[in-house]
Design a protein around this ligand. Structure first.
Ligand code: UP6
Length: 272
């Protein structure tokens, strides 16, 4: 499906969040998701207001906020409508079905009540999908499974990656609730997918000038992700919110990444 335009992939989905993501990408001409990994909700809102126009998605880690309240999530939902983006809480669930269903719906964060999209590790087996779907599917939410990671030495490679993909394909919730993967490559191998099946591949570890950090993160350019690896959405954190400069610097940097990601996508579509 890497050669089919985003807009034409809408009809291949039934999950409301998958449809919303592809519609926004098509409308705003963006395959950029910004990861807002700052430690206060107030700082996060500032960044989101600056990057909102350039993104299809805002990714959060609300458990790193010092000052989390549901005023923040209400404001985030409001901004997602005004600025037209999807909310992705990068929770990386990793427990048995019963526990994750509670972690998703309850506690302080009540993720399912405000986040369109979340993600989970496949390590516990398919019960994690059933547990999350019990909460998220009736709300029209979407789930991504982590099939590969950007960090050095990741164990999510080879057979683990393949089995993660097969786990989704073999559940009843395939694409009804699980709409894609966090991965570095186009892991939905053509021989494994039926005609008309479509998955979203989101790739973190993206930087235009960053090369890595001291804690194992590895970066590729938008071109490498979108054109070479066939990914659908680039996820950028420090490359955008970490940029030095005045208020406009973050906005301009988000726009620079949007343009780089979109150009790589257009080149992919036109590849002969
Ligand atoms: N993330 C990765 N790699 C993965 C999965 N998730 O970096 O394989 C997440 C991180 C962070 C963001 O938790 O929120 O993507 C990347 O941030 P960065 O661009 O600042 O490195």
């Amino acid at each position: 499906t890497t050669l089919i335009p985003y807009g034409e992939r809408i009809k291949l989905h039934t999950n409301p969040t998958a449809i919303k993501i592809l519609e926004i990408m098509n409308r705003k001409k963006t395959n950029l998701a910004v990861s807002v990994d700052v430690t206060t909700a107030s700082e996060a809102l500032k960044v989101i207001k600056r990057v909102g126009a350039s993104v299809c998605m805002v990714k959060t880690h609300v458990d790193i906020f010092e000052d989390f309240t549901h005023e923040f999530t209400e404001e985030l939902v409001k901004l997602s409508k005004e600025l037209d983006f999807v909310i992705f809480e990068d929770r990386k669930f990793a427990d048995i079905g019963n526990t994750v269903s509670l972690q998703y719906s309850s506690g302080i964060h009540k993720i399912s009540s405000w986040s369109d999209l979340t993600n989970a590790h496949s390590v516990p087996g398919p019960g994690i999908i059933s547990g999350l779907s019990k909460i998220g599917k009736p709300l029209g939410r979407g789930l991504l499974l982590l099939a590969e990671m950007s960090s050095k030495g990741s164990l999510a490679i080879n057979e683990y990656t393949e089995k993660t993909f097969k786990m989704v394909k073999e559940t009843d919730l395939n694409r009804e609730f699980v709409i894609g993967f966090i991965a570095q490559n186009r892991i939905d191998k053509i021989e494994l997918i039926k005609k008309g099946e479509d998955y979203l591949i989101l790739s973190p570890g993206v930087g235009l000038s960053l090369k890595g950090d001291s804690l194992g993160q590895q970066y590729r350019t938008p071109y490498e992700c979108i054109f070479e690896s066939g990914s659908d959405i680039i996820i950028v954190g420090r490359g955008i919110y970490g940029i030095e400069g005045d208020e406009k610097a973050i906005k301009d940097e988000a726009e620079r990444y949007r343009q780089a990601g979109w150009k790589a996508y257009e080149e992919r579509l036109n590849r002969k």
